[in-house]
Design a protein around this ligand. Structure first.
Ligand code: BDP
Length: 687
């Protein structure tokens, strides 16, 4: 198994009785309509059934009095109408399975849901399923560059072959669309947020249009990241000031041109005044000024402006944690209705564990979208097995207390808490920074496919559990063996905590510089203090951790009082968040009965040792898995173990220079010295 087919494997069902039961229910596919998305639904069902049942089920246009098949119905009123246009209903009635939705896309999602039932071997008798997406814009963000590289991509080069487009259409584009549609993902931003203005040229828009044409029959719209200074660089204007009439005209014309070429264009994504990117502040204007200018250009069209809140200033005294909140909360209520502000899950930057961003509880008048990172920039690239659904869920389920108890981040994102937008279509969004690339298996690490899968499923329905999603994915991708499924699910569910333990336990963060992989907790030199490692952990002879209470940066005050209460007191602050908010003495006794130093060592060592456990678990499921796939993951686990020990050693040896205490029993002191580790990191970072 080369992994190319992802979770859409459709291998023949070997349980004959089950196969026959499914075959009796699926003798034909009746297509009542002719739209392209509906057509995709029928074809996808046919492809899936051909594999699962080993026969070609005919697509017919009129069902007549026939029974025993699947009827696809878009636009027709359902018995229980779904909550929104993209929702679907699957109902078994008089021996016929009807998949209905107000929209063609909904039928497509229903078709995939029906296939999923069979792929996970669920019964079809009396089937009655209804499901609607909780979030309207469910999208991938590709950090793909014009030269075919991917920023923070670990699975090869870009999927988009710009030099071949628009003429040659790689068949893979369609498979990409199928995979996304199977999850309900309905949008894709195809270029990096550190954007090239080239994507806005007439030449490139034709290429983008060619991609859009492939994605359209799968209900997926294309979006572009914007280079804010494009009026100057591309338009040769003197300025890119968002309040300048010529600049506004330039954007109006550009957006008009885009819609002439791509009539269903989804919208614009903007990273502005962040990490050196240009933006409205270059002209003394606000983020709202910039966003609203683009919104004005989008006004005649059914598209949105997605404005990122990922900003922080190079101020040596500032706490980066506070930056986005400080800049954006004063703008609450000032954004045009077409704007969605896209917020990373945590206040810093996709760390292995962060508290939820305080922005989620602080901008009731602005639709906020969620940005998760699927690509494992801070989660071990393509060698570490980290199932991210628990990370996503932890954030979505966190309570902001924005309108009292139960004001979870998920309810902010899905619009139910603040009732986003009554003056137009709802504006709710969840974005995942894609982990796809040109590798045959799409994601580099075969198990990282599960992160793409889990993101899509949660964007559709954030109430699904990480475990349910894992089991579903395993059934569709790896095995149907129940014992193996349980073992793999358990391993996946524990993988993120294990990673946190050997990488950044208890609220440590960012022990890297540019590469975001080799451990460098000692790194102290950079043009910006917040691009060093010591800035984040603040280790000294007294202790370690960042005081963000009133005695420190007071970032904690950006949360609601109920949240502050949970984290404010070092005695009661949950250990996973302790060093995010407190500078704790090495000798401080914690709730575990251990001192801080001992507890940290305990986590670093147990974390690294747990990778051994992962290896054993993986070895145990070998008979139930495809040999090539099993071997691939097994090999990566060996690397993971080696790297986990590397990180553990780097941290404990470095922190020991401050704590001045021995490695507690039963753990053995690292075999190498701190200098050895530093040397190995230096070698790793050689260009
Ligand atoms: C950081 C990445 C950087 C991205 C940035 C962003 O290291 O490559 O450009 O996030 O999200 O985590 O804009």
């Amino acid at each position: 198994d080369d992994g190319y087919r992802l979770w859409l494997k459709y291998d023949l069902i070997d349980d004959v009785a089950k196969r026959q039961a499914y075959a009796r229910a699926a003798q034909f596919i009746a297509l009542t309509g002719s739209g392209p998305v509906l057509r995709s639904a029928a074809e996808e069902l046919q492809t899936g059934l051909r594999g699962l049942l080993g026969k070609t089920v005919p697509i017919i246009s009129s069902v007549g009095s026939r029974t025993g098949g699947i009827v696809l119905r878009a636009g027709a009123p359902a018995a229980t109408p779904p909550a929104n246009r993209e929702g679907y209903q699957i109902a078994a009635d008089r021996n016929t399975l009807t998949i209905s939705s107000p929209s063609e896309a909904g039928v497509l999602y229903g078709a995939f849901a029906l296939l999923r039932q069979m792929q996970t071997r669920q019964p079809l008798d009396g089937l009655s399923l209804a499901s609607s997406p909780k979030v309207q814009y469910r999208m991938l963000n590709h950090w793909d560059n014009v030269d075919g590289t991917i920023e923070r991509g670990y699975a090869g080069g870009s999927l988009w072959k710009w030099y071949e487009l628009p003429e040659r259409i790689d068949p893979r584009y369609r498979d990409y669309a199928r995979a996304n549609a199977s999850l309900g993902i309905n949008g894709t931003v195809i270029n990096n947020v550190n954007a090239s203005a080239r994507f806005m040229t007439a030449e490139y828009l034709q290429k983008v249009a060619a991609l859009a044409a492939v994605f359209r029959p799968y209900g997926i719209r294309v979006y572009l990241s914007v280079y804010f200074a494009a009026p100057k660089t591309l338009g040769k204007l003197k300025t890119s000031d968002p309040l300048d009439p010529e600049v506004r005209k330039w954007w109006n014309d550009k957006v008009k041109e885009i819609y002439q070429i791509i009539p269903d264009f989804g919208g614009l994504l903007v990273k502005a005044n962040s990490e050196g990117e240009p933006g409205p502040q270059d002209y003394g204007r606000t983020h709202a000024d910039g966003a609203n200018m683009l919104a004005e250009a989008m006004k005649p069209y059914d598209g949105v402006v997605i404005w990122r809140a990922f900003v922080y200033k190079a101020d040596p005294k500032a706490d980066r944690f506070r930056a986005a909140h400080e800049e954006f909360t004063p703008l609450d209520g000032q954004f045009d209705p077409k704007v969605i502000v896209q917020v990373k899950n945590g206040p810093i930057d996709f760390q292995p564990r962060e508290p939820f961003s305080p922005l989620f509880g602080s901008m009731p008048k602005t639709p906020l979208g969620m940005e998760f990172q699927l690509t494992q920039e801070y989660l071990g690239f393509a060698t570490h097995l980290v199932y991210e659904a628990p990370l996503f869920k932890e954030c979505l389920d966190a309570d902001t207390y924005a309108s009292g108890k139960g004001s979870t981040v998920a309810r902010v994102i899905d619009g139910s808490l603040h009732g986003y937008r009554t003056d137009g279509p709802s504006r709710t969004l969840m974005a995942g920074v894609a982990n796809t690339g040109s590798n045959l298996n799409w994601t580099g690490h075969p198990m990282a496919q599960a992160n793409w899968y889990a993101f899509g499923r949660l964007a559709w329905d954030h109430t699904l559990s990480a475990e349910a999603i894992a089991r579903e994915w395993i059934g569709m991708t790896l095995t149907h063996n129940p014992q193996a499924t349980s073992r793999i699910a358990n391993l996946m569910l524990r993988s993120r905590d294990i990673y946190v333990d050997y990488n950044t336990p208890m609220g440590l963060s960012r022990p890297w510089t540019g590469v975001h992989f080799a451990p460098e907790p000692w790194q102290a030199r950079s043009p910006r203090p917040d691009w060093t490692a010591v800035y984040y952990h603040r280790a000294d002879s007294v202790g370690v951790g960042f005081d963000r209470t009133a005695t420190g940066s007071n970032a904690l005050a950006q949360y609601r009082p109920e949240v502050q209460q949970q984290w404010n007191d070092p005695e009661t602050c949950p250990l996973p968040y302790l060093l995010w908010f407190h500078h704790v003495p090495w000798t401080k006794k914690l709730s575990t009965g251990r001192t801080l130093w001992d507890e940290l060592c305990n986590r670093f060592y147990t974390g690294a040792d747990s990778v051994r456990w992962m290896q054993q678990e993986w070895a145990a499921v070998k008979p139930a898995l495809d040999p090539a796939l099993h071997a691939d993951v097994a090999a990566r686990l060996v690397t993971q173990h080696r790297e986990a020990i590397w990180w553990r050693d780097a941290w404990v040896l470095y922190l020991q220079t401050f704590a001045k205490q021995p490695i507690p029993a039963p753990f053995k002191k690292p075999e190498r010295t701190l200098d050895d580790v530093k040397q190995s990191v230096e070698t790793y970072l050689l260009r």
